[in-house]
Write a protein that binds this ligand. Structure first.
Ligand code: F6R
Length: 262
């Protein structure tokens, strides 16, 4: 794991964008496959990727975008459905074609249709040859995607119940708690681990406990984001506030400085 701490959210977003672009550059000649998180954490990163496009340092016109998750039961076109959110916050910003954006289909409400949608989503990811770089946020309860505490570490895309903590946290995007869906389709932790590079972005003191538990605590289903420790290419981009609970901070900073120059 590489843990990169920046002074503030803006610097964190710039650094995370560099990490994402470097990860995508490793597989030249292939249409890049970018895994997309929703929520507040990656917004600055998406703006920075948009800036890179404007400056000619990046081009997402042939890229594919793969969403992490989607609510179950929202009517198609609902502004807080993750397809609409990603169209606004990513496609419009980085020039990703809406035709190349894949989001789990959470429009059905019966179990058989949702199981079929989950299977279809796994097949879609596999048909694209897997995700090159997966952008991630972390829930204050340690969730990754919508894999709530207790999620199997090898899980695949499936229906999950949202925890009350997550529903309360996300009520800010809806008119009230009652409007927040109770269920979602989410990539599993095993699905997420299949991406070639994982880039977690977390800022603010509200994330400090979850970040410390995920990065320095035991690998456990009780803290789903602790699976980041298992992946061979996890890069964690934090601001000072989100890094405040880390005990190994000095070592992470020393490591980020690289080899001594001669
Ligand atoms: C989003 C997602 C969630 C969020 C997490 C943090 O697609 O799957 O895991 O990344 O809830 O949300 P924010 O960034 O809004 O604090």
């Amino acid at each position: 794991m590489e843990i990169l701490v920046s002074p503030d959210p803006a610097a964190t977003a710039r650094r995370a964008a560099d990490v994402v672009l470097a990860g995508l550059a490793r597989r030249p000649g292939r249409d890049p496959v970018l895994g997309l998180a929703t929520g507040s954490s990656p917004l600055g990163l998406y703006q920075e990727l948009g800036r890179a496009v404007a400056e000619g340092r990046a081009d997402f016109s042939t890229a594919h975008g793969i969403a992490l998750d989607e609510y179950v039961g929202l009517p198609p076109g609902h502004p807080e459905g993750y397809r609409q959110v990603l169209l606004r916050e990513v496609c419009d910003v980085i020039g990703l074609s809406p035709d190349r954006l894949a989001v789990p289909d959470g429009s059905a409400t019966d179990e058989a249709s949702l199981v079929a949608a989950a299977t279809a989503y796994e097949e879609r990811i596999a048909a694209l040859g897997g995700v090159d770089v997966q952008i991630l946020g972390i829930g204050a309860n340690g969730h990754l995607g919508f894999n709530e505490p207790g999620s199997a570490l090898a899980s695949r895309t499936r229906v999950k119940r949202l925890s009350e903590r997550t529903r309360r946290d996300n009520a800010r995007f809806f008119t009230g708690l009652d409007d927040v869906p109770t269920h979602c389709l989410t990539q599993g932790l095993g699905t997420i681990l299949g991406a070639r590079r994982l880039v977690l972005v977390a800022t603010g003191d509200g994330k400090a406990d979850a970040v410390a538990a995920a990065l320095e605590g035991p690998l456990t289903a009780s803290v789903p984001a602790s699976v980041l420790q298992w992946h061979p290419d996890t890069v964690v981009c934090l601001d000072e506030a989100a890094a405040a609970g880390l005990r190994g901070r000095q070592y992470y900073d020393d490591s980020a400085a690289g080899l001594p120059s001669r």
